[in-house]
Design a protein around this ligand. Structure first.
Ligand SMILES: Cc1cc2nc3c(=O)[nH]c(=O)nc-3n(C[C@H](O)[C@H](O)[C@H](O)COP(=O)(O)OP(=O)(O)OC[C@H]3O[C@@H](n4cnc5c(N)ncnc54)[C@H](O)[C@@H]3O)c2cc1C
Ligand SMILES: NC(=O)c1ccc[n+]([C@@H]2O[C@H](COP(=O)([O-])OP(=O)(O)OC[C@H]3O[C@@H](n4cnc5c(N)ncnc54)[C@H](O)[C@@H]3O)[C@@H](O)[C@H]2O)c1
Length: 469
């Protein structure tokens, strides 16, 4: 058995990586074990390659207006094979910097499949086989595409997003995208721009099960339709068959669709098998997620669980926030409660949608007096000048106290702009802090400032926003 570490992390996705780095920066001796690719789903087959493609897709979509801007040569066309190569290079570059940073912080890196034994040690099988004792263990084993009855993934034909990014992309052509959640909504737009003719089996409006407002979803729907991307509501995918070069998709309403290949965006399930959880006394819930409390502790003392294997939000943002919560509670027991609502959620499609905090119903249920501060990018000079004038900023505030309850930003770079809200973690002073900030002009960020002023003008929140001096 090797020397005892303060912390051993299982899984190097955004949750595990963030926990390891944060713990090392706070002075703990840290090890991390990974059975596949450093960086997990997010880096290798999730957020990072998807974001790379989203940028390409956005550029192609905007090129429809190139001629009227005085740019010759548009509209542009996508090249899926070249785009696939590009994301490979980006992933490799980011991975090298991740591993290099862990080296610099002296995080001990182990390669292999890890499990817990009854004593809570980490047993590794594979290249770095052995047993590592650690005072604390964090499980960050992530998720994988959930199976659907009747649907068998087939290389090049019936693809999960893992397969799409792990194996060279099939030639574009007719493609069925299944699922109206985040993956379906992002990939239907991206693949359409990259040259595929997309049939989207959504079984309902895009993102209808998320907490984005009807206004945000409506703006997205309008933009998708502007790009000719329609979703097919009705039947759900009930089976797939490969017939020669074609894929046949059977829907549960009796419809039969055909395409060159099909992409599944139909949900992911937590990875908890082969981890020795039962032997170690770590419980899972009815959907297979590791059971954790608000401190991200599992049912076994000294073992924490973070990210997709334990958190139903299943975003990199939640995984990273969980990682910090777990380490803070290792450093000082019960010092930090997780607050999922205050972690931003972002969707990258024909428009970017970002949100944080309570939604309108949750605010009312919590007995706040919600007021909305709204501004549109339609009149924002930067947005108008760069053809990004769709979308808006929407702040949700308690009228009595001026507390910032939540916010939503829809439009170009919404995933960046949302940080103006999340970087003021005290909701009681967030509005006055934003209003007192100095802004660059012209900038889309100015609409966040304008939204605070709308609240002052429309809801009498002047003293809370501008102060009483
Ligand atoms: C196509 C796609 C796009 C996405 N885009 C975004 C986005 O833009 N923004 C966002 O916030 N989220 C996005 N997500 C979600 C995001 O990727 C996940 O929420 C995130 O990766 C979860 O992080 P994690 O650390 O919990 O686990 P993972 O990233 O899944 O990493 C877990 C790691 O643990 C390893 N592991 C598992 N078991 C063991 C074991 N026994 N021993 C050793 N190692 C083990 C795995 O090999 C893996 O590397 C996307 C997901 C997909 C599929
Ligand atoms: N930008 C981001 O943060 C981001 C991007 C991609 C993925 N993710 C995360 O990855 C996870 C997986 O994403 P996802 O979109 O696959 O899951 P999801 O749970 O968001 O959506 C899956 C959708 O597929 C539908 N579905 C399930 N079975 C179906 C069938 N047989 N036929 C038709 N539709 C079916 C479901 O009703 C649901 O609407 C999510 O938790 C998501 O948060 C996050």
């Amino acid at each position: 058995m090797s020397e005892s570490l303060d912390l051993m992390v299982i899984g190097s996705g955004p949750g595990g990586y963030r926990a390891a780095v944060y713990a090392a920066l706070r002075g703990l001796s840290v090890g991390i074990v990974e059975k596949a690719d450093w960086g997990g789903t997010c880096l290798n087959r999730g957020c990072i390659p998807k974001k790379d493609w989203h940028h390409t897709a956005k550029t192609i979509a905007r090129s429809a207006k190139f001629a009227e801007r005085g740019i010759a040569g548009g509209p542009l066309k996508g090249d899926l094979a070249a785009a696939w190569e590009h994301q490979e290079r980006v992933v490799a570059q980011v991975q090298e910097s991740y591993v290099g940073f862990m080296d610099r912080l002296k995080v001990q890196q182990y390669k292999g499949h890890a499990r817990l034994d009854a004593e809570g040690n980490v047993v590794i099988e594979g290249p770095d086989a052995g047993t590592v004792a650690a005072r604390n263990v964090i499980l960050g084993t992530g998720s994988r595409p959930a199976p659907i009855p009747g649907v068998e993934p087939v290389s090049g034909k019936v693809l999960t997003t893992d397969m799409l990014f792990d194996e060279p992309a099939p030639p574009p052509g007719e493609v069925i995208v299944a699922g109206s959640g985040v993956i379906g909504t992002e990939m239907a737009f991206i693949l359409a721009q990259l040259g595929c003719s997309v049939t989207w089996v959504a079984s309902g409006a895009p993102l209808r099960k998320t907490r984005f407002t009807p206004q945000a979803r409506g703006a997205l729907e309008g933009k998708l339709q502007e790009h000719g991307i329609e979703w097919r509501t009705g039947g759900r995918l009930a089976g797939t068959r490969v017939e020669g070069e074609r894929v046949v998709a059977e829907l549960d309403d009796g419809e039969r669709l055909e395409a060159d290949w099909l992409l599944l965006g139909t949900g992911r399930e937590p990875v908890t098998d082969g981890l020795g959880l039962e032997e170690a006394g770590v419980e899972t819930d009815d959907r297979g997620f590791v059971r954790v409390d608000e401190y991200r502790r599992t049912t076994r003392e000294g073992v924490y669980a973070i990210g997709d294997c334990a958190n139903r939000h299943q975003t990199a943002n939640h995984a990273m926030a969980d990682g910090v919560v777990a380490v803070k509670n290792i450093l000082e027991a019960e010092s930090t409660e997780a607050n999922d609502a205050m972690v931003p959620e972002v969707v990258y499609s024909a428009l970017e949608l970002a949100r944080v905090g309570l939604d309108d119903d949750e605010a009312e249920d919590a007995e706040y007096e919600p007021a909305v501060g709204f501004t549109s990018f339609e009149t924002n000079p930067k947005a108008v000048g760069q053809d990004t004038d769709e979308g808006f900023t929407r702040l949700l505030v308690d009228m009595d106290e001026g507390t910032l309850l939540g916010g939503e930003i829809v439009g170009d770079s919404a995933g960046e702009l949302i940080h103006i809200l999340t970087s003021h973690p005290d909701p009681d002073t967030a509005l006055s802090q934003i209003a007192a900030g100095r802004f660059n002009h012209p900038a889309m960020a100015e609409e966040v400032l304008n939204s605070t002023e709308t609240l002052a003008a429309n809801w009498g929140l002047g003293p809370e926003i501008f102060g009483t001096d």
